[in-house]
Design a protein around this ligand. Sequence first.
Ligand SMILES: Cc1ncc(COP(=O)(O)O)c(C=O)c1O
Length: 415
Amino acid sequence: MPPQKNTPLLISQRLQELQKRLRLIPSHYFGNSFYLFDEEALADAVALFEKNLKGVTPFYAMKANDRDEILRYLAQAGWSFDAASAAEVEKLIALGVSGDRIILANPFKDRRTLETMVEHRVAMTTADSPEELVKLQQVYQAVAPEDQPLVLIRISLPAEGVQTDLGVKFGCPPLQALQLLKNCLKLGLKPGGISFHVGTQSWNLGNYERCLEASVWVLKEFKRETGVDLRLIDIGGGFPWGSADGSGSLAVEPLLGQIGQLTDAAQAEGYTLQAQPGRVICAGAFTLVSTVIGKTHRNQRVWYYLSDGVYGAYNGILYDHQPYLFLPLDQSLESQSEWSDAVVCGPTCDGVDIMSQGTPLPDNLELGDSLFTPDIGAYSMVAASQFNGFSRAQIVPVSSLPELDRLSPTLAQAV
Ligand SMILES: Cc1ncc(COP(=O)(O)O)c(C=O)c1O
């Protein structure tokens, strides 16, 4: 069958502007891959979250992207943080964030992490099993109550339409959560409330709705049975980012607004809400630019070999199950060429290093031409390797490029 011919992709106004700006970047940056880091986009994402989830205390999930620039900016903005390990806690401490602004939201903690939590008086943690509560009790029995963390019990419910269902590994049913809160009391731990994570890239409002309702049910039952009135609910992460046309915040804002209505209602009932957003904060602030280093025709398809692949910046294809956009940087190519579904792959010798078996691209890209991938700031650089000796993509802040002339004043003060 002959390859299917396509017309150029319809991309949003946002991506057209991004494409124009990328073409202003001096030529010596091109050849290898680099991320363009747009500080203003980070500030915009923070503002978007705060505007829609009013009164919800944000704990940024640094696992999504732990670049110092991001952590410093958020720390300056008064945000708290979700850390998963001793090393993440230590990184925050080194940046001047104290333990009272940290939740260790990994339901299973190794010894070094537990010791680091004690040392830095980490304020909160999560658990979803009786065994982990016993571990916490053993570590904290010698610690003064005021230096002990609040323990949030993590629930999970079946998730609909998420990219990665975290409930397969974490969270317990609401009824067991009730029991675990009671266990906290018996063990002399400080029960704090309920947490959940609906799963990543949740475009489905119902996931938040059901988990919030279940959290309220557990807390009410706990009060009825023990007389202890807990009010804290942590709604986790899962806020999505990234649409087929790359329209950024325009795509996500309606859903954030609806989640905000749910959190408003819970707050009006007297609950204290917090969240652990990761992706929604950092994804849109980074664009990867990679270069065509090889080209051939195989099985009636054009194959483009890029300077970055699934072992590098595109690892989210494997780990995060994230589809990415591949767009030509040079707009003139679009009109001069036929478009077809091309195979796009990375530079290593491994057969798994294929990003897409068919993505619409002009047929006339040549060696040295560049492609860009927007919205790649989350779960990309944190997991990239140097497999086969290929360096990780460097990071180029917009503020370092006077050509782009878009230094965010807020960030300039923070960094
Ligand atoms: C405990 C916890 N909190 C928050 C997050 C951030 O989630 P997201 O990036 O989907 O907002 C994750 C991601 O895996 C997580 O495991």
